[in-house]
Design a protein around this ligand. Structure first.
Ligand code: 5GP
Length: 208
């Protein structure tokens, strides 16, 4: 056909701010590592925290491990997109890298607790909220025990908090179950969610 126009009929796909939240110990890090390994082209946000480093964790990769004073400076300087005290330590998302990634058209994934997800929903209502959970409480307890990073009292607190957090599920857009030994299914579910979001007729506009 003469004068054929090859320009796309679709508007450019907008980048997403994806919030991966859920119960402590549910496997958020494992799922994220799986997404990274699969070459998922998102910017995965690294939070700042005042929590002490666990064996094997790397500064700048797992978290930015900072002093309480440095964290306060970041809060006062409005450098954090959201921050919260979780189990006695402070955690927050550095805003600038998230803003830059979205500006460059890159999807962003943030890994935060349930109260952090609520804050993001208020600040960025178009963010995609995913809740990751185990199928049973016994599975969650088992995983927390295996990880051996909490004392008995800390473990009890995390399990008690988990029960309350389950009530917040309606705030989320999606729920993904990370079944024992089936992490690849959870990763595939999250990939499917993102694919569906990319196919929306009315795209989300995530502005930070
Ligand atoms: P952990 O100390 O086990 O790495 O993390 C404890 C909890 O803090 C997890 O639920 C984790 O998702 C959450 N968390 C990590 N970074 C942030 C953050 O920047 N903001 C909030 N609100 N929670 C976070």
């Amino acid at each position: 056909m003469k004068g054929k126009n090859n320009s796309s009929l679709l508007p450019p796909i907008k980048p997403l701010l994806i919030v991966l939240s859920g119960l402590s110990g549910v496997g958020k890090d494992t799922v994220l590592a799986g997404l990274r390994k699969a070459g998922f082209p998102a910017y995965i946000s690294v939070s700042a925290t005042t929590r002490p480093r666990r064996p094997g964790e790397k500064d700048g990769a797992d978290y930015y491990f900072v002093s309480p004073e440095k964290f306060k400076t970041m809060v006062n300087g409005e450098e954090l997109l959201e921050w919260a005290t979780v189990y006695g330590h402070r955690y927050g998302i550095p805003k600038e890298p998230v803003r830059q990634a979205l500006k460059n058209g890159k999807d962003v994934i943030v890994k935060i607790d349930v109260q952090g997800a609520a804050t993001i929903k208020k600040k960025v209502p178009q963010a995609v909220l995913i809740f990751l959970m185990t199928l049973t409480m016994a599975e969650l307890e088992d995983r927390l025990k295996k990880r051996r990073t909490e004392t008995a009292a800390e473990l009890e607190l995390r399990l008690k908090t988990a029960v309350k957090e389950l009530d917040r599920i309606p705030m989320f857009d999606y729920v993904v179950v990370n079944r024992e030994g089936k992490v690849n299914q959870a990763i595939a579910d999250i990939n499917a969610i993102i694919t569906a979001e990319k196919c929306r007729a009315n795209q989300r506009e995530c502005v930070v």
